[in-house]
Write a protein that binds this ligand. Structure first.
Ligand SMILES: [Zn+2]
Length: 266
């Protein structure tokens, strides 16, 4: 119906142009564009998020809702949540059998925990899609997911290698890149809620460390927030995210939101 109206308006504009009523014609032209806009022809694409979650040791249901609510404050989004594999440390998710598993998503969030899955062909099905350009956010136990694997594909994707963590404590966080868009609103002396300090053994060539914390056991410094460039994909990561208290802290959830938007180049 709107298009029919638009056609009539166009005819009217032509008549007006002939009779010299240029100003009124211009107004009508604006009206026609407005109608087209209302028809959805220039409608913005929704921001699509795929969250992979589940596995051992954490309250994923709660974390998922917190993530959705936190992003909603800044960005309208369509979420797909894949929460499979139970609470074990090992799982093969059917999702990744489809080579187009990430098609159409603006960003994929990995918040899963399957440390003992080792199948290198399976892991490659995940990483090669990211390498081709699908942005990612990796949270906490994603860093220990596939840690039993012999191949480094997953670790290269993450930008860090980690196999164990220190005890739960309140860890002070020191910014390394305060001007980075992910970090410029991050407080200078933030102390994590009760969380685990992941021991980072190696960082990749394209890893940029954004913040560090320190072991209470031996004083070693470890990256806790970073970015990675993996093939064509931006990756944002943090090893925090163990406890519900961490997910209740808006410093942490705002950090995740900035990481999600940065990874998706928003
Ligand atoms: Zn944990």
């Amino acid at each position: 119906m709107e298009l029919h109206n638009s056609f009539n308006q166009a005819v009217f504009i032509r008549k007006n142009l002939k009779s010299g009523h240029f100003f009124y014609s211009l107004l009508l032209l604006l009206f026609v564009f407005n109608t087209l806009f209302a028809c959805g022809l220039t409608k913005e694409k929704p921001f699509r998020v795929l969250l992979i979650t589940g596995g051992c040791c954490h309250n994923y249901k709660f974390q998922t809702q917190v993530l959705k609510d936190a992003l909603a404050k800044y960005q309208k989004a369509d979420w797909t949540v894949v929460s499979e594999g139970g609470t074990a440390t090992k799982a093969i998710l059917p999702l990744f059998n489809d080579s187009n598993w990430a098609k159409g998503y603006d960003v994929v969030i990995h918040n899963e925990c399957f440390a003992d899955t080792q199948d290198s062909e399976y892991i490659k099905k995940i990483t090669q899609v990211h390498f081709a350009g699908v942005p990612a956010v990796v949270i906490h136990c994603a860093m220990h997911t596939y840690r039993s694997a012999k191949t480094d594909d997953w670790r290269e994707f993450l930008g860090v290698s980690s196999y164990k963590h220190d005890h739960q404590s309140l860890y002070p966080v020191k910014k390394a890149e305060g001007k980075h868009p992910i970090m410029n609103k991050f407080p200078d002396n933030w102390i994590s809620p009760k969380d685990e300090l992941y021991i980072i053994e190696k960082t990749g060539a394209n890893t940029k460390i954004l913040a560090t914390s320190v072991s209470e056991i031996n004083g070693e410094i470890h990256p806790v927030i970073w970015t990675n460039q993996y093939g064509k994909a931006r990756v944002f990561g943090t090893t925090f995210g163990h406890s519900d208290d961490t997910f209740r802290d808006t410093v942490f959830t705002d950090l995740l939101v900035r990481g999600i938007l940065w990874a998706a180049n928003k």
